[in-house]
Write a protein of this length. Structure first.
Ligand code: FAD
Length: 560
C-alpha cells in the first residue's frame, strides 16, 4: 500500500496529464479516427514519465506496491479521462497478473522488473474465438519439446480473440493447454510464428488497441511456463478475479460519474419552459438522482472489498469482486445512457462526449466476465451460504442492519434489513420448490443478492461517514447527510426489488400455488417494504439539492 500523500500526488499528476494531453477535442478526434495513441500509452506507462504501471508492481521489483484501494482510486480516475486508455493500462496489469500470482521468483524478477523499469506493455491472452465465458473450452495447445527425458520448451498453436494491447504489446501471457491442463506462457512480440491481426473496428473504447492473435508453432523455452508447473493456469486466473474485477468496477464507476458530471452542469444552464432543467424534478429525479444512488452503492461495495483485500482477507473475494463489478458497471451504463437523454439532442452528438462515454462504458459489462456470468458467480456462492446456514444467512445480515438502524436511524439500514429478510424468504422458497433448476431464477437471484448486499454496504458506509471513520483514502464527494440520503434512496430500490421481483420470479416459476400467494407475500414483508417508500421524494429532493449545491443541502454544507 502506498501513503495517502503519494496517492494524492499520483492522482493529481494523472488529472493534470488528462487535462493537458487529452482534452475533449483530442479524445473526439482519436475516437473518430479509431486510433490507439501509442505514444500516450507509452507515456502513461514509462517509469520516467507518468509511470502508472509502477502502482501495480510490488516494491521488491521496482514498483510502488499499491494496494487494492490505491488501484481502485487510480482506475476510477483513468476511466474518467478515457476508458480506451484505461483499458490499455489494465491490459498490462492483467497480462502480468498470472506472473504476480503464480510465477517463480526468477520469472517475477525478470518480467515485473521490466514492467517497472522499462515500461514494457503486456497483453492478456485468454479469450479465443470459441472460448469466451467458458475458458475451459480453450483450444490453444502447448506441446512439450523434449530433450530425452527433459522438457526444454513448448510449441504453441492456436488463436486468441479480442486481446487488448494485442497489436502493441511487448510481451503476452498466453493461456494454452499442456498435457497437464491449461497453463500460462510468456511470449514476446516478434517470436517466430506469432502474429496479430489489424485492430478491431469497435463500438466503443476506440482508443484501445484490440486485436486477434495467431500462434503457429511458436517455440518458447521451458522457463516461459509461468510458475514452472503445468496445469495451474485456470487457478492462477481465478486467484486475482477479486482484484481485477474491482478494477473494472472502478472503470464503470468512473465512466458513469464522468457522464453525470457533464449532465449536471449542463442542466443548470439549459433553460426550458422558463427555468433551468436542474430545477425540473421530473428531470433530476429520473435522469440524475437514481443514477447517483446506484453508482454510490457500487462505490460502497468497491471500497469495502478493496479494504478487505488490503487487510489480507481470507480467500480471493471473487464473489465480492463480482458484486462490485456487476453493480458498478451496470450503474455506469445506466448513468451514461441517462446522460445522453439529459443533454437531449446535444447528447446525441459527438461533440458533448456523453455518447462516447456511453459507447466506451458498454464494454465494462462484457470483459473480465460478463454481467450474466457475474450473476451466476454471485448466486452460486451465496446459495451455498444459504444452504449451510439453513436459510439464516440473509436473516442474520438483516439483523446486523437492524442493529445499525438502532444506532443510525438516518442511513437506510432499516430498509436494507427489509431487503435482506425478503431475499432470505425468496431463497428459501426457491430451495423448497427447487426453483434454481431454472437457470433464469438462479441468475435473477444473483441480481437480488447484489442489490440487497449493496444496500447493506452503502448503509454501513454512510454510518462510518457519520462517525468520521471512513477509510483515509475513501471518496469524500458527499458529506454525511448527503450520503445518508443517497443510502436511503438506494435501500428503498433494493428492498422493492428483493420483495417484488422475488415474488415475481417465485410465482412465475411455480414456486407457490395460487392459494399460497397471499401468505408468501406477507412472508416477504411487502407491506413494510411499501411503507418504507414513504419519504422517497423528499430524500430525492435533498439529494438533488446536494448535487446542485442549493436549498437545504447548501444550508447544511455551510453550517458544517
Ligand atoms: C474490447 C474487448 C477487449 C477485450 N480484452 C480482452 C483481453 O485483453 N484478454 C482476453 O483474454 N479477453 C479479452 N476480451 C474478451 C472478453 O473477456 C470476452 O468477450 C468475454 O469474456 C465474453 O466472452 P465472449 O465474447 O466469447 O461471449 P460469450 O461467452 O459467448 O457470451 C455471449 C453472451 O452469452 C452470455 N453467456 C455466456 N455463457 C453463459 C451461460 N453459461 N449462461 C447464460 N448466459 C451466458 C454472456 O453473458 C453474453 O451475454 C475482450 C473483449 C472485448 C470486446
Amino acid at each position: 500500500m502506498i501513503a495517502k500523500k503519494t496517492l494524492k500526488l499520483s492522482l493529481k499528476s494523472l488529472k493534470d496529464f488528462g487535462k493537458k494531453r487529452l482534452p475533449d477535442e483530442v479524445l473526439i478526434d482519436l475516437d473518430a479516427k479509431d486510433e490507439c495513441p501509442l505514444e500516450i500509452v507509452r507515456h502513461m506507462c514509462s517509469p520516467d514519465k507518468l509511470g502508472i504501471q509502477l502502482l501495480f508492481v510490488p516494491e521488491e521489483y521496482g514498483g510502488m506496491g499499491g494496494g487494492a484501494f490505491d488501484v481502485y482510486v487510480i482506475c476510477e480516475e483513468m476511466a474518467r479521462i478515457g476508458l480506451g486508455l484505461a483499458t490499455s493500462v489494465l491490459a498490462t496489469f492483467l497480462g502480468s497478473d498470472p506472473i504476480t500470482v503464480g510465477a517463480t521468483p526468477e520469472q517475477k524478477k525478470i518480467w515485473l522488473s521490466r514492467i517497472a523499469d522499462e515500461g514494457i506493455l503486456f497483453a492478456y491472452g485468454a479469450t479465443e474465438p470459441d472460448a469466451g465465458s467458458d475458458l475451459g473450452a480453450l483450444q490453444t495447445t502447448a506441446e512439450r519439446v523434449m530433450d530425452g527425458e527433459r522438457i526444454v520448451g513448448y510449441k504453441i498453436n492456436g488463436s486468441k480473440q479480442w486481446i487488448s494491447n494485442g497489436g502493441i504489446a511487448d510481451a503476452y501471457t498466453i493461456l494454452a493447454n499442456t498435457p497437464a491442463g491449461p497453463s500460462w506462457f510468456i511470449v514476446e512480440k516478434g517470436a517466430k510464428g506469432f502474429n496479430h491481426d489489424e485492430p478491431e473496428d469497435k463500438h466503443g473504447i476506440r482508443l484501445s488497441n484490440t486485436a486477434a492473435l495467431a500462434l503457429s508453432d511458436v517455440y518458447v523455452d521451458a522457463d516461459r511456463l509461468v510458475g514452472g508447473v503445468e496445469g495451474q493456469g485456470l487457478n492462477q486466473a481465478q486467484a486475482v478475479f477479486g482484484y481485477t474485477r474491482l478494477m473494472v468496477a472502478a472503470f464503470g464507476l468512473g465512466a458513469g460519474w464522468a457522464a453525470l458530471d457533464r449532465a449536471i452542469p449542463y442542466s443548470t444552464k439549459r433553460i426550458q419552459a422558463g427555468a433551468p432543467l436542474s430545477e425540473k424534478q421530473g428531470y433530476t429525479h429520473k435522469l440524475i438522482v437514481p443514477n447517483v444512488a446506484r453508482l454510490e452503492a457500487g462505490r460502497a461495495f468497491i471500497e469495502e472489498t478493496a479494504e478487505r483485500i488490503d487487510a489480507g482477507a481470507e480467500g480471493s473475494l471473487n464473489t465480492e469482486g463480482a458484486i462490485a463489478k456487476y453493480m458498478s458497471t451496470e450503474a455506469g451504463n445506466l448513468a451514461a445512457d441517462a446522460s445522453i437523454q439529459a443533454l437531449g439532442g446535444y447528447g446525441y452528438t459527438h461533440e458533448y462526449l456523453v455518447e462516447k462515454i456511453s459507447r466506451d462504458v458498454r464494454i465494462t459489462t462484457i470483459y473480465e466476465g460478463t454481467s450474466e456470468i457475474m450473476e451466476m458467480t454471485i448466486s452460486r456462492d451465496r446459495w451455498q451460504l444459504h444452504l449451510k446456514t439453513r436459510g439464516q444467512h440473509y436473516h442474520e445480515q438483516a439483523r446486523q442492519c437492524e442493529a445499525l438502524h438502532a444506532r443510525h436511524p438516518e442511513v437506510g439500514a432499516g430498509t436494507a434489513a427489509l431487503a435482506f429478510h425478503a431475499l432470505a424468504e425468496v431463497m428459501e422458497r426457491s430451495r423448497a420448490a427447487r426453483l434454481t433448476r431454472h437457470q433464469h431464477i438462479l441468475l435473477r437471484l444473483g441480481e437480488l443478492i447484489a442489490f440487497a448486499e449493496s444496500a447493506g454496504c452503502l448503509a454501513h458506509r454512510a454510518a462510518r461517514m457519520a462517525e468520521g471513520k471512513l477509510h483515509e483514502k475513501a471518496n469524500q464527494r458527499f458529506d454525511a447527510a448527503g450520503l445518508a440520503a443517497i443510502s436511503r434512496v438506494f435501500a428503498r430500490e433494493a428492498a422493492l426489488k428483493a420483495g417484488q421481483d422475488g415474488l415475481r420470479w417465485v410465482v412465475g416459476a411455480g414456486g407457490v400455488s395460487d392459494a399460497e400467494v397471499a401468505a408468501f407475500e406477507s412472508s416477504l414483508g411487502l407491506p413494510a417494504i411499501h411503507r418504507a417508500q414513504a419519504g422517497l421524494i423528499a430524500d430525492m429532493d435533498f439529494v438533488a439539492d446536494v448535487l446542485y449545491n442549493r436549498g437545504a443541502a447548501k444550508k447544511v454544507a455551510s453550517a458544517a
